[in-house]
Design a protein around this ligand. Structure first.
Ligand code: NI
Length: 186
């Protein structure tokens, strides 16, 4: 089922998130819906607050960047579910990459982050994983992890760029966008 996405300005995106137990009701259905919603809106990642749930889950699919148009590099491209994740370490020389977010349609901006991330999480079978990711895969994980902390990529932009985007962000808050998918506004 395709779910509506909560847009920039909605308080759920800033709310604290909670860990879930392995008996969380209809978890499999929720994860399926999150992937379906992400594909429908052409995203590479989606976090639970974006579909209105303040729980610590996000999904990522960087496999979509298939070999032909893979400008971006990573040691590994993944389709994965991250439940109750904890970032253990970020490392390497920081790099800049233009990010976007399904909750902030038509807004993009360069964000500087470390290229490697070590993260501990439960997968969809509730198996504990401790793994290092890099490149574009790390980037998407970092962006989605931030959602669980109530952080949006626009918070991380340079002041000048933030000022430049202010009007557009104000419009989104007021529900003015031409996104091709359904959004929920404050
Ligand atoms: Ni996002």
């Amino acid at each position: 089922m395709i779910l509506p996405i909560y847009a920039f300005g909605h308080p759920i995106l800033r709310k604290e998130t909670e860990e879930i137990e392995d008996d969380y009701p209809e978890l499999k259905k929720l994860l399926d819906d999150m992937f379906e919603t992400m594909y429908h809106s052409k995203g590479m990642g989606l976090a639970a607050p974006q579909i209105g749930r303040n729980i610590r889950i996000f999904v990522v699919d960087t496999l979509q960047l298939d070999a032909d148009d893979r400008d971006e590099t990573a040691s590994e491209f993944i389709k994965e579910v991250f439940i109750n994740p904890i970032v253990i370490e970020e490392s390497g020389d920081k790099w800049e990459y233009e990010e976007g977010c399904l909750s902030i349609p038509d807004v993009r901006g360069n964000v500087i982050r470390p290229p490697q991330i070590r993260i501990e999480y439960y997968n969809s079978d509730f198996k504990l994983i401790d793994k290092v990711f890099d490149g574009i895969t790390a980037r998407v994980i970092q962006h989605e992890y931030d959602h669980l902390e109530g952080i949006l990529f626009v918070d991380l932009l340079k002041p000048l760029k933030k000022r430049f985007l202010k009007k557009r962000l104000d419009k989104i808050q007021k529900g003015i966008t031409d996104a091709s998918y359904r959004l929920i506004f404050k």
